[in-house]
Design a protein around this ligand. Structure first.
Ligand code: T1G
Ligand code: NAD
Length: 695
């Protein structure tokens, strides 16, 4: 039986066992060809008297990564996956899933349709559908509770978490782990089952959960999901499994799946799935080869330097830290240790692992120690003169070909580069605080940065487990430039009538983990106050300036670290600061502003449109490569809800003509702030979307 089934399945029969190998690189996604291939192969083995049992296995590195995400936007083609799985489960000959690598979504549903499951030690199973805005659509929510119980099934399906082989066995999802060769183990297992009646999950009863289980879970999930629909809909499907016969539960699941597939949230989450993978593909740099980075130097061991050092040490790289003097060296070292302690206390690292990481850190005040380093990341004070002095010393100390990076937030990377004798080797690597936690890394290409240095930036991001996004040089790069713009809008709103906690509540309801004023309190109000004082001399006197934050800082209130800022902190909990309310009212009155109420809708609308408009300018100026790069920055660096797809994706979902009309409407009240981006006007005129620019 060697004939080909679709492009993707290669069946072979040996010693009574048919092996169906799914071969659809790179991840064996379940394309139409795979579905068709499986369907005909199952039909064929049914009619082949020499076949006594069947093994389904994946070629390459994985079993099956799930349905083909690229097919989601299109009309589904037959055969549909539930039918294929029904055919597998209905087989009179036992079918065994032999699982290695990932087995996700539809892949796990196929495995649950099989009568037995065997996993290799590297297997990872899960239902990531909720992360794509959908739920399993081919029986996963109905079969899993029948296998491992409602409670455990609900956890897996509503969180989308992936489970490693050992836990999979403990949960009872697989029948055995393969110690040696997976295919051989599965084949032996199959022969032992040949001729016996295959057990089918669809025929098993569901053990009902304790009273009130679904109500309690619904509440907990609603809180956790922050506006995302799919986890709650997944609960609904699991509840159907507990309350309805299998066939009816299956129908209910399919209906929810189909309803969600075309939803805005699913579109947004699909966009993010592909955007996350597209950011590292930089047009024009396809052939650039990254330089080898085997050791990293970090200059400055403060908040950022210590976080960057931890990220590098955890990735297995040796780190040399250089600080200003011996006392600062000790502080730097203990900052690094403290970050590791955070992992240890949360049970995410052992004391032993911490000690091993600390052993690979050397810290001192001597730049001579940097001669062997492949990459230096500077994270000293945000002051051009200090940075230039550091780069002059790096220029002397580092070997030829080493990469010199700055973690500056706002300073001009071109000016820093020009202060060295090797501007082509200089780049910005802008980490986000805390640098050992936040996933975003802005890779800032200056005018003379070499292509292979940019490629090295992306390679470093990957090594550190971060998402790298390319940015050009401008004030604040992509993320902080948008942040500055939206903060200004927030300031205007509180001076015009909103209160800081109303703005925060509205943005939290939008899906942000924290509103802008709470974020400021967390970061400390003193740093931006110092920056505003520095900028005072050069500020355009025509520009509207809101001095409320200055008034708060003048009282010595710098946010959480002083126990008071926009909020008052008692036992770490924020309560609106009544003095702030008084200050806000006084400032409005002082400017003769008649305060007016702002609804949550208006607050969200103003903040979002400020983001979209600035994002459009950033794309127009080619600071960001594409709109999707802006989306990824906002999601991974600023907590923009993933299920909204980022501000540019939101704009497309709203409709660019409506977005432009709203900005023009806002402009009637404040023409200086709300100048529509040229790019936005052009796209509307041409009937195009931001997605059209994503390529
Ligand atoms: N469909 C199509 N392409 C996919 C894909 C998928 N499911 N998964 C990965 N790719 C592409 C990806 O775009 C990239 O392409 C390449 O494979 C390598 O991926 C009915 C409805 C599998 C763990 O959500 O989690 O089943 O960029 O760079 O780090 O109920 O990809 O090279 O052109 O990420 O080794 C559920 C999503 C679908 C799995 C591999 N499945 N994928 O990670 O490589 S819904 C998922 C992943 C479903 C059923 C429902 C990861 C990975 P390119 P990569 P990686
Ligand atoms: P920090 O004040 O916590 O740390 C700066 C460290 O640099 C201090 O430990 C200081 O001793 C050291 N230093 C000063 N001069 C030095 C020199 N000549 N040689 C060696 N070390 C020297 O500051 P931070 O918050 O870590 O910020 C560092 C940089 O990172 C700044 O450019 C900042 O803009 C940027 N950044 C900060 C954040 C943030 O949220 N804190 C986020 C992204 C980027």
């Amino acid at each position: 039986m060697t004939e080909q089934h679709g492009d993707a399945i290669t069946p072979t029969v040996e010693d009574g066992v048919a092996i169906l190998t799914i071969d659809n690189p790179p991840v064996n996604a379940i394309s139409q060809a795979v579905r068709q291939g499986l369907m005909s192969a199952i039909g064929e083995v049914a009619g082949d008297a020499t076949v006594k049992a069947v093994v389904i296995i994946g070629a390459g590195k994985v079993f099956i990564a799930g349905a083909d995400v690229r097919e989601f936007g299109r009309l589904p083609l037959e055969p549909f996956l539930p039918e294929v799985i029904a055919a597998i489960e209905g087989s009179e000959k036992p079918v065994i899933a032999a699982i290695h690598g990932v087995c996700l979504g539809g892949g796990l549903e196929i495995a649950l349709g099989c009568h037995y499951r065997i996993a290799a030690p590297d297997a990872r199973l899960g239902f990531p559908e909720v992360n794509l805005g959908i739920i399993p659509g081919a029986g996963g929510t109905q079969r899993l509770p029948r296998l491992i119980g409602v409670e455990k099934a609900l956890d897996l399906v509503t969180t989308g978490r992936q489970v490693a082989a050992k836990e999979v066995l403990e949960l009872g999802i697989v029948d055995a782990l393969a110690e040696g060769d997976l295919l051989e183990t599965a084949r032996t297992f199959a022969r032992e089952r040949a001729g016996k009646a295959p057990p089918r999950l669809s025929e098993r009863p569901v053990v009902p959960p304790p009273d009130g289980f679904f109500d309690r879970q619904r509440e907990a999930i609603t809180r956790r999901a922050r506006g995302q629909e799919s986890p709650l809909r997944a609960l609904e499907a699991i509840q159907a499994a507990a309350e309805l016969p299998f066939a009816d539960g299956l129908k209910r699941e399919r209906a929810i799946f189909q309803e969600l597939r075309g939803s805005d949230q699913a579109k947004a989450l699909r966009h993010v799935f592909f955007a996350e993978r597209a950011v590292s593909k930089v047009p024009g740099l396809e052939d650039a080869k990254p330089r080898r980075i085997e050791s990293i130097a970090v200059i400055g061991g403060g908040t950022m330097g210590a976080g960057i050092a931890v990220a590098a040490l955890r990735a297995g790289l040796p780190v040399t830290m250089v600080e200003a003097d011996e006392a600062a060296v000790e502080r730097g070292r203990s900052n690094v240790a403290r970050n590791f302690d955070g992992f240890v206390s949360r049970g995410r690292m052992s004391e032993q692992q911490k000690a091993e990481h600390m052993d690979r850190l050397s810290a001192g005040a001597d730049y001579g120690a940097l001669a062997g380093a492949d990459l230096a990341i500077e994270a000293v004070f945000e002051d051009m003169e200090v940075k230039k002095a550091v780069f002059a010393r790096l220029d002397q100390a580092m070997k030829p070909g080493a990469v010199l990076a700055t973690n500056t937030s706002y300073l001009d990377v071109n000016e820093i580069a020009a202060s060295t004798g090797r501007p082509a080797d200089v780049i910005g690597l802008h980490f986000f605080s805390p640098a050992h936690v936040m996933r975003l890394l802005e890779i800032v290409r200056a005018d003379q940065t070499a292509g292979d240095v940019v490629a090295t930036g992306f390679a470093v991001a990957r090594t550190l487990g971060k998402v790298g996004v390319l940015s050009g040089v401008c004030d604040g790069f992509i993320g902080n430039r948008i942040l500055a713009r939206t903060r200004r809008q927030a300031d205007y709103m509180i001076e015009d009538g909103a209160l800081p906690w109303e703005v925060d509540a509205a943005m939290e309801a939008f899906g942000m983990p924290m509103g802008p004023f709470r974020v400021m309190d967390l970061a400390g109000l003193d740093i931006s106050w110092a920056a505003r004082k520095r900028q005072a001399a050069t500020r355009d006197p025509q520009e509207r300036y809101v001095a409320i934050a200055d008034r708060i800082c003048e009282k010595g209130w710098f946010g959480q670290k002083t126990g008071r800022g926009w909020y008052v902190y008692e036992n770490g909990k924020p309560k609106p600061n009544p003095e702030v309310e008084r200050t806000v009212l006084e400032e409005s009155a002082g400017k003769g502003i008649t305060r007016r109420p702002f609804t949550a809708d208006e607050i969200q609308g103003r903040m979002l449109h400020a983001m979209i408009n600035e994002g459009a300018r950033i794309v127009e100026e080619k600071i960001a490569q594409r709109p999707l790069d802006v989306d990824v920055v906002e999601i991974f660096g600023y907590g923009f809800p993933r299920w909204r797809g980022g501000p540019m994706c939101q704009a497309d979902l709203i409709g660019l003509d409506k977005v432009l009309a709203t900005i023009e409407e806002f402009a009637r009240g404040d023409p200086a702030f709300w100048v529509p981006a040229e790019l936005l006007r052009r796209l509307v005129a041409d009937g195009k979307t931001f997605a059209d620019l994503n390529g």
